[in-house]
Each structure stands twice: as structure tokens, then as C-alpha cells.
Design a protein around this ligand. Structure first.
Ligand code: HEM
Ligand SMILES: *[C@@H]1O[C@H](CO)[C@@H](O)[C@H](O)[C@H]1NC(C)=O
Ligand SMILES: *[C@@H]1O[C@H](CO)[C@@H](O)[C@H](O)[C@H]1NC(C)=O
Ligand SMILES: *[C@@H]1O[C@H](CO)[C@@H](O)[C@H](O)[C@H]1NC(C)=O
Ligand SMILES: *[C@@H]1O[C@H](CO)[C@@H](O)[C@H](O)[C@H]1NC(C)=O
Length: 327
């Protein structure tokens, strides 16, 4: 009897421990700043909402910034560090094209530093800014953000080049890019739904319009009528300045419409179209056209993305200025 109780206790302890570790994976938790900086999330939301109100392009910038941060050295705000002589940083890498929102992040950082010096990490500000900017149109948070990330001290152009998925990738390559970060096929398909907002530059897809296999041909997996429309925007292969909405018609609205586009062969990049080339991914695409399914799945996948390679506890630092490593 006594030993039965003992085993029961052990079982309870083990299951409790695994529950805690799965709900606070990677050492993050909800409301990490509750005691140390109770106004941190409120201050962040207010500044982000104010800026989004006058600039509807911003949510796409912050969502992509968060993705790029997490995929290079984990979500450690390394994407915010400015290049210095001798160290070209992530943000100056080729794939950085049109990364933006840095000034707004600086404003949030200045405000939280004023409220609670050297307490709130830049990495958490990036995660909160993505959530709050996308949520502005709904006037309520679309997903919960765990906090407690700390800031990294290294940012390298070459690593951004190597780690940011390319829009020319096929399905297998994308799956590998995601699994390198502990993310699944489901995460790949769900997070690609972020392309329901924002813009893409012609040079990332014009090969699909003009010279797909080098024979002045078009990509057969792109809708011919959509290709014809895109050609009126991107008039030559060398155009690298024109940008087009990735989800024309609702490019500032966070909704599942990306998946409807995909099903009509109107995904903008090869990496978007690639999601239809695998049966499991393509089944997910069908499911995610449903709004509730998309929002629920996005909550889970972006939480997982926000846990990638995070520094917690005593690792890293709390940067004083998000652009500069502490001296
Ligand atoms: C699956 C692999 C992915 C590839 C290959 C990819 C590639 C790209 C490219 C090439 C652009 C256009 C950039 C430009 O022309 O300025 C873009 C834009 C964007 N991406 Fe992705 N992306 C991927 C996944 C993601 C994920 C996981 C997120 C966020 C969760 C994301 C969020 C965005 C957003 C919001 C934009 C629009 C940015 C703007 O309007 O300035 N992407 N992506
Ligand atoms: C992106 O990189 C280019 C150089 O490739 C640089 O001129 C530009 O300032 C960078 N953009 C940002 C937002 O840092
Ligand atoms: C990074 O990629 C760009 C093209 O996107 C290329 O021009 C540059 O040489 C690459 N740099 C490194 C260090 O790999
Ligand atoms: C199309 O691609 C082929 C092979 O890469 C190249 O030789 C040709 O110059 C390209 N055409 C144009 C118009 O750039
Ligand atoms: C765009 O292309 C031109 C000419 O090929 C080049 O000089 C310029 O640096 C490119 N700009 C960007 C932002 O890649």
C-alpha cells in the first residue's frame, strides 16, 4: 500500500514536470515581466498600435522581422544589431530586402527602458511587436506571447544568407529549413500563411513569368491569367524595385485568404507554390482555408517559432540599445 502511494507520487511528479516543461518550453513563460516591469506589454502595445494606425504596411514588416530573427541564431534580436566596421550584420544580408520597423522598435525600447531600465529584452519586444501589430485590426490579441527571452551578442550577414529560406526553394528544402529550427511540416504550411499580408519584390518571382527554365518560358504551376497580370506589374526580369501585394485584394488583412490563392495557383513565390507539391501539405492547405482552423493553427505555430533557439535565464544579455551589443 505504502509503495503504491510512493509510485503514484512519482508518477504525479513526473507528469507535472513534463506538463510544466511543455507549457513553458525553452524557459519562456506568460507575463514574464509581471513583477519586474508590469507595464512592459501595455507600453509596447500602445506604441505599436499608434504606429500601425497610420501605417497599415507595418504588421507585415514586424511579422517578417520576427521570422527572420528566429531563423538566424534563434529569437535573440540579432536581426536588430547594426553592422559595424568589420562586422556586416544580419540586417545587411541579401534576404533582408525591405526589412523595416527598426525605428518603431527603438521607440518601444526607449519607453520600456524609461519605465524599467535594463529589464525588457529586445528579443521580447520583437515577439510582442509581431503579435500586437497583426492584432491591431482585431483590437484584441490574436495569440499569446511567452516572454523571458534574452538578447544575443552576435549578428552575421553570412548566417542570415545561409539560414533564411529562399523563395526559390522546393518543398524538401523548405521542410529541411524548418526542421533545422525544430519546426514541422504543419508549422511550415501554417506560418507560410503570414504571406496573407505584405508585399514581394518582382525579382523574387519574375523568373516564373519570363524565364522559368531558361527557355523564355513561364512556370507551369503558376496560373496563366495571374502570370499575365503580374507581367503588367513586373515588366522585365531586371526589375528589382517594383513590389506587388502577395494577397491582392486583402494585403493588409490578416486572414486565411493566402490558402485560397494557393489553391488557384496564385501563390507568388515558388516556395508558396511548393506547398501544393506534397499531399500532406496540400491537405493542410485545404483545411487552412477555414478561418477558425487557420487562426487556431497560427497561434500554435507562431508560439513554436517564438521558442526557436531562445536564450533564457542568465544566458545572453538585456541590450540597452537594440542596435548595439552592450559594451
Ligand atoms: C517558408 C519560407 C519563406 C520564404 C521562402 C519567404 C520568403 C519571403 C520573401 C522573398 C518575401 C518578399 C520580401 C520582399 O520582396 O521585400 C517575403 C515577405 C514576407 N514574409 Fe516570408 N517567407 C517565408 C516564410 C515566412 C514566415 C514563416 C513568415 C512569418 C511568420 C513570413 C512573413 C512574411 C511577411 C509578413 C512578408 C511581407 C513583408 C513586407 O510586406 O514587407 N514569411 N517572404
Ligand atoms: C539591407 O541590406 C542592404 C545591403 O545589401 C543595405 O544597404 C540596407 O540598408 C539593408 N536594409 C536594412 C533595413 O538594414
Ligand atoms: C549573401 O547573399 C547575397 C545574395 O543574396 C550575395 O550577393 C552575397 O555574396 C552573400 N554573402 C555571403 C557572405 O555569403
Ligand atoms: C533566360 O535564362 C537563360 C538560361 O539561364 C539565359 O541564358 C538567358 O539569358 C535568360 N534570358 C533573359 C531574357 O534573361
Ligand atoms: C537592382 O538591380 C540593379 C541593376 O541590376 C543593381 O545595380 C542594384 O543594386 C539592384 N538593387 C537591389 C536593391 O538589389
Amino acid at each position: 500500500m505504502r509503495s503504491n502511494c510512493f509510485y503514484l507520487l512519482i508518477l504525479l511528479a513526473v507528469s507535472l514536470a513534463s506538463f510544466v516543461s511543455s507549457s513553458q518550453a525553452a524557459g519562456l513563460q506568460h507575463n514574464f515581466y509581471k513583477k519586474s516591469c508590469p507595464k512592459a506589454e501595455e507600453i509596447t502595445q500602445e506604441i505599436i498600435w499608434n504606429h500601425v494606425e497610420s501605417n497599415p504596411a507595418l504588421p507585415a514588416k514586424f511579422l517578417r522581422l520576427f521570422f527572420h530573427d528566429c531563423f538566424v541564431r534563434g529569437c535573440d534580436a540579432s536581426v536588430l544589431i547594426d553592422s559595424t566596421t568589420g562586422n556586416p550584420a544580419e540586417k545587411d544580408a541579401g534576404p533582408n530586402k525591405s526589412l523595416a520597423g527598426f525605428e518603431v522598435i527603438d521607440k518601444v525600447k526607449t519607453a520600456v527602458e524609461k519605465a524599467c531600465p535594463e529589464t525588457v529584452s529586445c528579443a521580447d519586444i520583437v515577439a510582442l511587436a509581431a503579435r500586437d501589430s497583426v492584432s491591431f485590426q482585431f483590437k484584441k490579441s490574436l495569440w499569446q506571447v511567452q516572454t523571458g527571452r534574452r538578447d544575443g551578442t552576435i549578428s552575421k550577414l553570412s548566417e542570415a544568407n545561409a539560414s533564411i529560406p529562399s523563395p526559390f526553394s522546393d518543398f524538401a528544402t523548405l521542410v529541411k529549413d524548418f526542421s533545422n529550427n525544430g519546426l514541422s511540416v504543419q508549422d511550415l504550411v501554417v506560418l507560410s500563411g503570414a504571406h496573407t499580408i505584405g508585399v514581394g519584390h518582382c525579382n523574387f518571382f519574375s523568373k516564373r513569368l519570363y524565364n522559368f527554365t531558361g527557355k523564355n518560358d513561364a512556370d507551369p504551376s503558376l496560373s496563366p491569367s495571374y502570370a499575365a497580370f503580374l507581367k503588367t506589374k513586373c515588366t522585365s526580369l531586371s526589375d528589382n524595385t517594383t513590389k506587388v501585394p502577395m494577397d491582392p485584394g486583402s494585403s493588409t488583412t490578416f486572414d486565411p485568404h493566402y490558402y485560397a490563392n494557393l489553391k488557384q495557383n496564385q501563390g507568388l513565390f515558388q516556395s508558396d507554390a511548393a506547398l501544393l507539391t506534397n499531399s500532406r501539405a496540400s491537405n493542410l492547405v485545404d483545411k487552412l482555408t477555414n478561418s477558425d482552423d487557420f487562426f487556431n493553427a497560427f497561434k500554435n505555430s507562431i508560439k513554436r517559432m517564438g521558442q526557436v533557439g531562445v536564450l533564457t535565464g542568465a544566458a545572453g544579455e538585456i541590450r540597452k540599445n537594440c542596435r548595439v551589443v552592450n559594451s
